[in-house]
Design a protein around this ligand. Sequence first.
Ligand SMILES: Cc1ncc(COP(=O)(O)O)c(C=O)c1O
Length: 284
Amino acid sequence: MIVNGRYQTDIDIADRALQYGDGCFTTIAFRNGCLEFLAQHIQRLQKACGILYLEFSKWKTLEAQINQSVSDKYDCVVKVIISRGAGGRGYSPQGCRQPKFIITHHEIPAHYQAWQLNGLALTVSPILLAKQPILAGIKHLNRLEQVLIKQHLGATEFPDALVFDTDGALVETSVGNVFWKSNDVWYTPDLSNSGVEGVIRNQVISLMKNNGLDVNIVQHSLPDLANLQEMFICNSLMKVVPVSHWCKENEDVKITIQSNEQTRLIQSWLNQINHTSVKSIETN
Ligand SMILES: Cc1ncc(COP(=O)(O)O)c(C=O)c1O
C-alpha cells in the first residue's frame, strides 16, 4: 500500500479512517493501460472532502502517484482512500490537519465479464438505507449498510440485490447504480437522500442524453417496477451489466426483463469511450 507517496505495510492505529470511518474513497478500473474516468473519480473525492470539511490539498500529487502506481501493472482495481489522518479529540476533527491518501491495488473480479455478457438476476435486500442528505452521493468510508446487505446476500443464491431506503424508494444495488425502462421511458433513482452517485451513472446519463434517450431521475417504490422492459446496473468495475430478472426472496414473484436492446447500446457507447484522450483534472 502507498501512504502519502510511500510504500508501507501498516497504518497508524490513531488514524481517523480506522477510528471513525472519517474519510472517503473510490475504486478506479485500470484497464488496457488506462485509468478509466480518473478525472471524475478525483472530482468525486474532491466533492466528498468538501462535504466532510476534510482539508486535503495535494490533488496533483495524488494524481501523479495514482498514475505512477500502475506503471508496472496490468489490468487491476486501484483503490484510493483519503483519510483525515490521525488526531483530533474524540469525534472532533479540530486540529487534525494532516490528511493521508492511501493507494492499494486489487484484482478486477473475474465474473464481471460474464455478467456483462449474460446479465444477472437480482433479489430485493431486506436491509434498508438510512436517509442522510448531507452524505448522500459521496463515497464516504462508512459502509456498514453495504456490509449488512452483502452479509444477507451471501445467504441467498443471488449475486446482487435492489436496495431501498427507509421510505421504500429504490436507491441502488449493493455495489452499483441502477437504471430501468418501463412504458418506453428510462429511469434512475434520485440520490439526494442516500446512495452513491456513481461515476459510471453520471457517464451513462450523459451518454443517453447525447444519444437522444431521456432519463428521468425519480423516487420510485417497488410496485412501480412491476412493468419492466429493460434494466441494468453499473459501476466502475463491472461497467454496464444487464439484469435478466429480479425476484423477492421466498416469494413466487419473478419479474423477467423483456429485452436488453437499448442496454446493449448503452453498454457499447460506454465501452467505446477512449480513455487516453481524457484530460488531466483541474486541481486547486
Ligand atoms: C453502493 C454503491 N453504489 C454505487 C456505486 C457506483 O459507483 P461508481 O460508478 O463510481 O463505481 C458503487 C461503487 O462501488 C457502490 O459501492
